[in-house]
Design a binder for this molecule. Structure first.
Ligand code: FMN
Length: 333
């Protein structure tokens, strides 16, 4: 049973504790002596990961704290989702938390300061990056699906200097129609110009973030089609539109945390199986319902190269990265 008195922020409304997070992150960064947690280190395409546990997209959408996360022990960061033009969040309630289910619900819809402001932030902090930075990119709400690829091409062109890898996000449930881009009708035409642009300007890896709500056939199609087009890896998964038993969350918006764990693990298991030997050195990042160090190690054993957390930081607190490092070292002494 979770002890809320040890995590006083869980008594606060979700939106309030969410907005206090950055303040405590800064405070932590200014007090501690810096040290990267090295455990189960990993190298991929020239990128060095001191450890395989990173921050999932959505926590630091504009990269405002890009210089601070590593002080908590994150092995890498996924910043974003970034969109080309500044936009506000969806209207109405955006975030809720269920302490009993250990779940978050959100319908943010890519609030973003836009790419110009993001570039400024990244250039300011460039010399303070201590971990690989993945930049998660999306489309503006106002961009029609037919020209969605233009937004991603624009972002890759503008941000190539700053990103160690791009994560193409077409799996958020909170931008209308976005997930349609994963379908047979759209995926090839959508990915084509994006991959072409990347090939023109460099070699920064492109990863595709998938939804946990795909049918087996849809998952197989997305994986094999993107593999054929030479994508460099996958981030699995985003939040789910399914609802756990006893949930009081609205029917729109995405659920994360414990209720997502089994879905996300199933997608990982199927992905490893579908790709088989064709996977080569392509990267698999597992995210969704990773709530303990045990869960991190399980995802790695299942075949993920890297693991990310979001909701666990809310329920378990900022020492999650440190605890995982400690747990790993204890097991491997
Ligand atoms: C409040 C909130 C905002 C999020 N924003 C984004 C986002 O902007 N882009 C994205 O790709 N995923 C976003 N996500 C999804 C997470 O990156 C992650 O895929 C999902 O929460 C599952 O991981 P978890 O169970 O560890 O939270 C968001 C999740 C939450 C809870």
């Amino acid at each position: 049973m979770m002890k809320n008195y040890k995590r006083p922020w869980l008594w606060l409304p979700a939106s309030v504790s969410h907005s206090l997070g950055p303040f405590f992150l800064k405070l932590h960064g200014s007090f501690r002596s810096y040290k990267t947690y090295s455990w189960n280190s990993f190298e991929w395409r020239g990128l060095k990961f001191a450890n395989r546990l990173g921050l999932a997209a959505g926590m630091d959408k504009d990269g405002a704290h890009i210089g601070d996360w590593w002080t908590l022990g994150a092995g890498f960061l996924e910043i974003g989702t970034i969109v080309p033009k500044a936009q506000s969040p969806n209207s109405g309630i955006l975030l809720d938390r269920d302490n009993h289910l250990q779940a978050l619900w959100n319908r943010m819809g890519f609030p973003s300061r836009g790419v110009e402001s993001f570039k400024h932030t990244l250039s300011k902090y460039a010399d303070r990056h201590h971990t690989p930075i993945f930049v998660n990119i999306g489309k503006n709400r106002s961009t029609p699906l037919e020209s969605a690829a233009d937004d991603y091409v624009h972002l890759i062109n503008d941000l190539d200097l700053f990103a160690d890898a791009f994560v193409i996000n077409i799996s958020s449930p909170n931008t209308q129609g976005l997930r349609t881009l994963l379908s047979r009708e759209y995926l090839q035409n959508f990915l084509g110009p994006i991959i072409e642009k990347r090939n023109q300007i460099g070699t920064t890896p492109l990863l595709l973030k998938l939804s946990p709500d795909l049918s087996d056939q849809e998952l197989e199609f997305c994986l094999l089609q993107s593999l054929k087009m030479n994508i460099d890896g996958w981030v699995i998964t985003n939040t789910t539109l399914t609802r756990p038993k006893g949930s009081r969350f609205p029917t729109d918006g995405g659920v994360s945390g414990t209720p997502l764990a089994n879905l996300s693990k199933e997608v990982l298991r199927k992905t490893v199986k579908i790709l088989g030997d064709q996977r080569g050195d392509r990267l698999i990042v597992s995210v969704g319902g990773v709530m303990s160090s045990e869960d991190v190690f399980e995802r790695l054993e299942m075949g993920a190269d890297l693991v990310e957390i979001f909701t666990a930081l809310i329920f378990e607190g900022p020492f999650f990265f440190k605890n995982a490092a400690h747990e790993y070292r204890t097991r491997h002494q």
